[in-house]
Design a binder for this molecule. Structure first.
Ligand code: MN
Length: 262
């Protein structure tokens, strides 16, 4: 039986739900703030060129200006020095951008400790309970951080010691990077590394290990609470920017309605 008609009719009938995992993109969308002496990207902006007026009497259109790593976005391998000889965002094989989505819910841990980092034993325990990862898996780390996604200050949660947001240990990042069945990781925070990732060895180990191993990262995800631990599929759609180290992306999940989170 052909698969596509069945898929589309399930979406049409609502038995297969399309869940948008993307933060809305606007000037106020929370973004990374690197400390001096590092340089920051520009935030997103929309500059109207015409709006049914003299420059364009029948139409409205605008220029967009944005950094690559703004809002919900994908990190391509060349984003990191360890992946500098790898693919840019336009070169990523499209099939790698579809895959099984597994949701590891550590929102309680991140709620208790904003500096929570996922370690190897957390993932091993999770797989023992839910099953081993399948080929093409995207590991999505749920931390509840999407509740801050319209509040720059809360999203970065910075004090005089830096940003305090959850992430991965260096050991976990290296272990995930070595697993061929993983296509990438997704997080709800501003980057795939913990807020204090600079203090780890190597600094920013999720970027270092995963992007250096031809894996991808996606950040600022939302609505992971609507996904089951296993059984959902993810669709990641970055712009094919030639030479790009990343791109804002629309990210969807397909979820069987019966499996949608209670
Ligand atoms: Mn990025």
């Amino acid at each position: 039986m052909p698969i596509i008609p069945e898929l589309l009719s399930a979406i049409g009938a609502g038995s297969l739900r399309v869940v948008d995992l993307t933060n809305r993109l606007q000037a106020s969308t929370p973004t990374l703030r690197l400390p001096a002496p590092f340089a920051n990207l520009i935030d997103f902006s929309l500059e109207t060129v015409s709006a049914y007026d003299e420059p364009g009497p029948f139409w409205k259109h605008a220029n967009i200006r944005t950094g690559e790593h703004i809002g919900t976005h994908l990190d391509a391998p060349i984003h990191w020095i360890s992946g500098r000889d790898g693919h840019d965002v336009s070169e990523i094989p499209p099939a790698r951008l579809f895959g099984p989505a597994v949701v590891l819910d550590f929102s309680a841990e991140a709620d208790a400790d904003a500096d929570f980092v996922l370690d190897v034993h957390h993932v091993a325990d999770w797989e023992a309970e839910h099953g081993a990862f399948e080929p093409g898996t995207w590991l999505l780390l749920r931390t509840g951080w999407d509740r801050f996604s319209s509040d720059q200050e809360a999203f970065l949660n910075a004090d005089e010691t830096g940003s305090h947001t959850p992430g991965f240990t260096a050991e976990c990042a290296a272990w995930l990077a070595a697993r061929p069945e993983i296509s990438g990781v997704g997080v709800e925070t501003v980057g795939i590394d913990a807020g204090r990732g600079a203090e780890l060895n190597p600094p920013f180990p999720a970027h270092f290990h995963l992007l250096g191993a031809d894996k991808y990262g996606i950040t600022s995800l939302q609505n992971l609470a609507l996904l089951p631990p296993t059984g959902a599929a993810i669709v990641v759609a970055p712009l094919p920017i030639v030479g790009g180290s990343g791109s804002p992306a629309r990210v969807y999940a397909l979820v069987e309605a019966e499996a949608a989170a209670r």
